[in-house]
Design a protein around this ligand. Sequence first.
Ligand code: PEP
Ligand code: MN
Length: 338
Amino acid sequence: MIVEMRRGATTDEVDGVVQRAESLGLNVQLNLGTDKTVVAILGSNTGQLSTDTFAVLPGVESITRIMKPYKLASREFKAEDSLVSVSGIEIGSDRIVVMAGPCAVESEEQLAKAAKVVKEAGACILRGGAFKPRTSPFSFQGMKKAGLELLGRIKEQFGIPVITEVVDPHDVSLVSKYADILQIGSRNMQNYPLLTDVGRNKRPVVLKRGFSCTVTEWLTAADYLLSEGNTQVILCERGIRTFEDSVRFSLDISSIPVIKRFSHLPIIVDPSHAAGHYSLVPAIAKAAVAAGADGLLIEVHPNPKEALIDGLQSLTPSDFARLMGELRAIAKSVGRYI
Ligand code: PEP
Ligand code: MN
């Protein structure tokens, strides 16, 4: 249930709503918007509660029952777009934020080369996995702590913030020592203990869409992060599993306007894991920007032929630089810039 306060409602009136909810054993979250305060009433039994419980209280303007399972990620809770700020870079504004780099951190030389080329081409955040969630337990699992240390060094050397994945709740504080953005991978979108710990940690987070999950499930997973007080949430569409097998995953381009309609959270797109092949990445990336994505997460390797993971879908430095030029033109045509 969402309680919208009148414009200019006093602190006492807002407190009155909070206290009434708490007296019924319900939790609340406040959105102190520029225009008006909105109170989300959270709890499994709000469906049985009469809206009059809150409608009668002073300062209350209207009540909306949320039939959707997610609340805090919804536009009803927060009408204006959310901005996520990472080292002064805003995600969700007119600037399209490009995050690029290798699938996995492999060596200092590889990461340094990647940082140099992606930064020169105009990417403003470096990606690189230190913990890799692999389909097979026998595959390379990432450099782990050593990979994080490399990310920390390269980030200082090149003055570029980094995004890296966390796969285990026990590693959240370790990973956040090095990461400017914590990435929750597709396979972990519904790993609730991980979401809870990352929500408590308060670092900006990219929540990738589970490849077999609906938009509703995705936004409900985002509520796990938001309900722990982490408002720095960025969604990432990375393709879903369909009957189509000519690509690794089918990029659901429509999820971009759907998310914009139902949620205030920024959304970026990973064309690399959807495509599975470097030749398809540019078209998907351009389509995402045209459709309103707030950013991109792209795999770039200094030498894809030698990549330990995902070489086939990684762009070479020159292909990436060319794509960035094309993306600038698309961004401009939709009133944005890179
Ligand atoms: C990744 O971005 O490194 C990754 C593993 O992607 P996904 O979780 O989308 O499969
Ligand atoms: Mn990858």
